[in-house]
Design a protein around this ligand. Structure first.
Ligand code: C5P
Length: 228
């Protein structure tokens, strides 16, 4: 039985290309809870840095940009739109360049600590789905359910390749695989909030599963935990 005083939180962590975003969106639609895509915070910061030609090594300046960073996650009916200062930046932040820059600034402790309260503020009733790398380990350590999605780097690169080609964007599979591996390396080995499964997380390897199959497993776990 859920404590009515407590805001329920489900965390979905894992590397990029494991289906976190889609599963989080489907969960949000099913449960009618709020959603936070924590990677969007790092990506929006990265976009501002690239646009304004700020030095990626200037931690102090980047931390000041991160302070009070306010994003909105709006359900368009088919996906989550990310609004920053009222502008829809959902597409602009999805570039590979933004992803790479995001993972470079995500190593800074001062940047992460500025973003912590911005992210925790999303935990409001009726509940929150939190998508990221450190949602279960650092941001919401007391979450009611923690899910950690994995998949081989080859499978994740291939999914990304198909997504880009479908959108009419030119892509190179070997380059995507290299970027994914480099990004994993940085995310896993950084000193601050590294990408890792919380000890109490449920692990799901999505390498050979379609989204419906993953969602079926997730729904079962959510029901078993009494969250739906
Ligand atoms: O999930 P997404 O690919 O949008 O995240 C972009 C980058 O932001 C990741 O590679 C990671 O370095 C960083 N990130 C993070 N902590 C999170 C979410 C994302 O460090 N909770």
């Amino acid at each position: 039985m859920l404590d009515p005083e407590k805001i329920p939180v489900i965390t979905i962590d894992g590397p990029s290309g494991t289906g976190k975003g889609t599963i989080s969106y489907l969960l949000r639609s099913w449960l009618n809870w709020h959603l936070i895509d924590s990677g969007a915070f790092y990506r929006v910061l990265a976009l501002s840095i690239l646009d304004d030609e700020i030095d990626l090594l200037d931690e102090k300046k980047i931390a000041s940009l991160a302070s009070g960073l306010a994003l909105e996650f709006v359900d368009s009916g088919i996906e989550t739109k990310i609004l920053y200062r009222g502008d829809d930046c959902s597409n602009a932040i999805r570039s590979e360049a933004c992803g790479v820059a995001a993972s470079k600034i995500a190593v800074y402790e001062s940047v992460r600590s500025e973003l912590l309260s911005c992210q925790r503020n999303f935990a409001v009733l009726p509940g929150l789905i939190a998508d990221g790398r450190d949602m279960g380990t650092v941001v919401f350590p007391a979450a009611d359910l923690k899910i950690f999605l994995t998949a081989t780097s080859e499978e994740r690169a291939s999914r990304r390749y198909k997504q880009l080609i479908k959108k009419g964007i030119d892509a190179s599979l070997p380059a995507l695989l290299r970027d994914i591996r480099e990004r994993d390396e940085r995310d896993i080995n950084r000193a601050q909030s590294p990408l890792k499964a919380s000890d109490d997380a449920v692990l799901i390897d999505t390498s050979n599963l379609g989204i419906e199959e993953v969602m079926l497993k997730v729904r079962q776990i959510v029901k078993i935990r009494g969250l739906a």
